[in-house]
Design a protein around this ligand. Structure first.
Ligand SMILES: [Zn+2]
Ligand SMILES: [Zn+2]
Length: 277
């Protein structure tokens, strides 16, 4: 069963709310899961939409998107994290890799030239010198991120991400993302994206472009599109608890489990052989 057909999804006509995580890394660089593993983990975590946003390459997200069509998994939005020492930008809905070896202005233009979406990744003070002059050219900003649980340093404080979003003179989509590598949890921070049905990669992108997003801080306060936040006050959103339909019993699960066990047996056999030599 597709996660999209599960009951009890929030309806705010003509939109429907979907849970999304638009920021995840893979073993292609410094993550632990493969692009296929991210798709499977997104299903387990009850995400309707997920983006693989690998550092400076869009290829892993295209692999994930191909895989999800085989498994009836969540909607995969193609993506990349354009990563430099001066700024990190989440590019969604792109098909070709955007080079990090250019000024931020050119990075944003390259994303928009592909009809993609540019989101400031974890816009903490460390990145403000580059980001602030170009805030009006962004489509969205991450407002929730695992650093909300504990600030990393005075230059990496969650409160500054909120300030970056709230002080923007142009509307930005409020985004909550897990920036999943391996120590955190995929879907720990989420974006509630209100999509015009039928939900597809392209209608999800349209929803972000139109700023139809909401994310919640750790106290449950909603940030994002004002009418949506008001509507959510009248009809509070209850995050998924019981509709995590994942049971790990599909053919793909069995195959991956078998490979895992074979690998473990292989390690023991190799060690036993070495001891004999
Ligand atoms: Zn980053
Ligand atoms: Zn990242």
């Amino acid at each position: 069963m597709s996660v999209l057909s599960t009951p009890a999804r929030l309806m705010l006509r003509p939109f429907r709310g979907y849970e999304a995580d638009f920021h995840a890394h893979t073993s292609w660089s410094d993550g632990s899961l493969s692009p296929l593993g991210i798709v499977r983990q997104a299903s387990r975590r009850g995400l309707d939409v997920v983006s693989v946003t690998e550092h400076n390459t869009v290829m892993p997200s295209r692999v994930a998107r191909w895989y999800t069509t085989l498994t009836d998994g969540p909607i995969v939005v193609s993506g990349e994290e354009v990563t430099t020492a001066r700024f990190h930008i989440i590019a969604l809905g792109i098909e070709k890799t955007v080079s990090p070896d250019q000024p931020l202005e050119a990075v944003l233009a390259a994303i928009h030239a592909q009809h993609g979406i540019a989101i400031a990744a974890h816009p903490v003070k460390h990145f403000w010198p580059e980001l602030l002059p170009h805030r009006a050219e962004l489509d969205g900003a991450e407002l929730m991120h695992p650093i909300a649980y504990s600030d990393r340093s005075p230059e990496w404080r969650w409160a500054d991400m909120v300030t970056f979003y709230e002080q923007s003179e142009v509307p930005l989509s409020a985004v909550g993302s897990s920036d999943y590598h391996w120590t955190s949890v995929l879907g720990l921070c989420r974006t509630l994206v209100f999509v015009r049905e039928p939900a597809t990669e392209s209608s999800v992108l349209d929803a972000i472009r139109e700023h139809h997003t909401v994310t919640f801080d750790l106290e449950g306060n909603a940030f994002g599109d004002r009418p949506l936040v008001e509507a959510l006050r009248a009809e509070p959103y209850v995050p998924r608890t019981s509709d995590y339909a994942y049971r790990g019993s599909s053919t793909a699960d069995r195959v991956l489990r078998t490979f895992g066990w074979l690998g473990l047996v292989g390690v023991f056999l190799l060690r036993a052989r070495k001891r004999r030599e």
